[in-house]
Design a protein around this ligand. Structure first.
Ligand code: HEC
Length: 171
């Protein structure tokens, strides 16, 4: 009897946990963008954090996400030299059941969901309120590819990925 009651409690808790994190929605389609296999974190990904504006303007994630003072938005420091260690295998401050970056698994990485979806599951799409014009689909795809390639701090090793359909999972 006691065992059955516990089973019921766990069932209810499990259900509650699932409904607490709705599937991401309003995501931009990137399936048709040619994958990049060789990505250097510092130049490409950090470059985007520093300044993603391609229309002659200048805007970066680091305009909001930097180390104190003041407190970086969402507790996340994306400045050069700090960003990689703040992202890879690190739990989200807003919802620790998400990791910012799960190497090899973009669709479980909050960083990718936050730049790809209007409703990522935690807060809103980044950059916040389309600051600086937002990210192009190609820039979102770069983050996807970097994570899919293992989220390395240096240059991704494409040897084992060559010929792989990197975007096989993307709708
Ligand atoms: C105008 C300020 C601003 C800009 C620019 C901005 N962010 Fe944010 N970011 C925020 C705020 C505020 C939050 C917390 C609220 C939320 O998640 O919606 C946040 C949250 C986040 C989170 C989740 C933090 C957590 O612990 O859950 C990630 C990841 C993130 N931003 C990534 C980015 C990236 C990548 C860029 C650049 C493409 C970017 N942000 C640009 C203000 C900004």
């Amino acid at each position: 009897m006691a065992m059955r009651a516990w089973g019921l409690v766990l069932l209810v808790l499990g259900g509650a946990a699932r409904t607490g994190t709705p599937a991401p929605s309003g995501c931009t389609r990137i399936a048709d963008i040619a994958p990049q296999y060789t990505i250097t974190y510092g130049a490409a990904v950090q470059g985007l954090f520093d300044d993603y504006a391609t229309n002659g303007g200048s805007a970066g994630c680091v305009d909001c996400h930097f180390a104190p003072p003041p407190e970086p938005s969402g507790g996340l420091d994306l400045s050069a030299g700090a960003s990689w260690a703040h992202l890879v295998n690190v739990p989200s401050q807003a919802d620790p059941q998400f990791l910012y970056v799960v190497p090899g698994d973009p669709l479980r990485s909050l960083l990718f969901l936050k730049v790809n979806c209007d409703n990522p599951g935690v807060g809103g799409r980044m950059p916040l309120f389309g600051y600086g014009g937002g990210l192009l689909p190609e820039q979102q795809a770069l983050i996807y590819d970097w994570i899919a390639n293992g989220a390395l701090p240096g240059t991704s090793d494409t040897v084992y990925r060559d010929g792989f359909d990197l975007r096989g999972l993307v709708p």
